[in-house]
Design a protein around this ligand. Structure first.
Ligand SMILES: NC(=O)c1ccc[n+]([C@@H]2O[C@H](COP(=O)([O-])OP(=O)(O)OC[C@H]3O[C@@H](n4cnc5c(N)ncnc54)[C@H](OP(=O)(O)O)[C@@H]3O)[C@@H](O)[C@H]2O)c1
Length: 293
């Protein structure tokens, strides 16, 4: 297949692109900095920005599928999320309707959808709705917290901190539930989503086993033979620290919006993905999470 990929240079893209090429697909990868893309046979970089459709629209012609990974995941305001996730998706869908109306549109979303999950979640919910009403053949994929990529993953950072043992701040009491999923288990599901006839019009949660944040921390510490002292931090204080960090730091480690994203209730039911995409997540692999691979 000829596949047009956005966000190929991001965390998930870095792992998915070589897998798509290895599966025999030819890719056009849109990137603001194509020099950061890997050099692979079958991969053509296209210098462009989703904020400027003229940089990519005509290049969509001749593609059988569009894999839309690009997103704004850490922003300071709701309007930035809206521009980076909703408006960008609207522009991309309009360009697809004009230049590759039969191409399957794979929208990579998140389980953290809706305003309860913060402004990012709201922007992803609105982007999903645009995809559903686009008239294109679409598939929506909602991965859980991905590990095994080793690049900027929140669960990897948590695992590295727990592996050292000692004191660990716990947002709230750490009761919020994660469902970490290994990148190697996502790849076959993404490949199936490109072609499986049953997938069109489907919204798929791709989650591993649910585990509370505090339990995950304990599991990593135990695995590494360390003792962990979990220090509950009131959520109001975490939000305040994130607000201050946003004001004083150019690259804050956390934005306030992430607190809602972490705590909101999320779907962990991957039954549909198991049935239609052959999704078969492994049990939690603490070792891989610590190594980041
Ligand atoms: N990683 C996870 O655990 C996880 C979990 C659930 C859902 N997701 C979803 O999976 C997708 C990929 O996530 P990720 O972790 O790979 O994100 P990421 O590392 O932040 O990468 C995002 C990519 O999108 C590109 N991008 C953003 N705005 C763009 C624009 N205007 N024009 C062109 N490219 C643009 C970025 O390019 P630059 O490098 O130029 O900024 C980057 O390559 C996202 O939709 C995310 O919401 C991820």
């Amino acid at each position: 297949m000829n596949i047009f990929v956005t966000g190929a240079g991001g965390g998930l893209g870095t792992a998915l692109v070589p897998a798509l090429v290895a599966a025999g697909h030819r890719l056009t990868a849109l990137a603001r900095n194509p020099a950061a893309l890997p050099v692979l046979p079958g991969l053509t970089g296209l210098c462009g920005d989703l904020l400027t459709p003229a940089t990519y629209a005509t290049a969509l012609a001749g593609h059988d599928a569009v894999l839309h990974l690009a997103a704004l995941t850490h922003a300071r305001t709701a309007s930035l999320y809206r521009r980076g996730n909703v408006d960008v998706t609207a522009d991309l869908l309009a360009a697809c309707a004009g230049h590759c109306p039969d191409a399957r549109f794979l929208c990579v979303s998140t389980r953290a959808v809706g305003q309860a999950c913060g402004d990012y979640g709201q922007s992803k919910a609105e982007a999903e709705q645009l995809v559903r009403t686009s008239g294109l053949p679409w598939v929506i994929l909602r991965p859980a917290e991905v590990y095994g990529v080793g690049r900027g993953e929140a669960v990897h950072a948590l695992a590295r901190a727990c592996a050292k043992g000692g004191a660990l701040p716990m947002p709230g009491r750490g009761r919020h539930v994660l469902a970490p999923v290994h990148i190697a288990d996502l790849i076959p599901a993404f490949l199936a989503a490109l072609t499986a006839p049953a997938a069109v019009g489907g919204t798929y949660v791709l989650a591993g086993d649910p585990i509370a944040y505090a339990e995950l921390a304990d599991a990593v510490a135990r695995h590494c033979g360390q003792r962990l002292f979990k220090i509950p931090v009131p959520l109001g204080l975490v939000t305040l620290a994130a607000r201050i960090a946003c004001r004083v730091l150019r690259h804050p480690p956390i934005v306030p919006d992430q607190v809602a994203r972490l705590l909101c209730a999320k779907d962990t039911d991957s039954t549909a993905a198991r049935r239609d995409l052959g999704f078969a997540p492994r049990a939690l692999d603490v070792d891989a999470m610590v190594r980041g691979s």
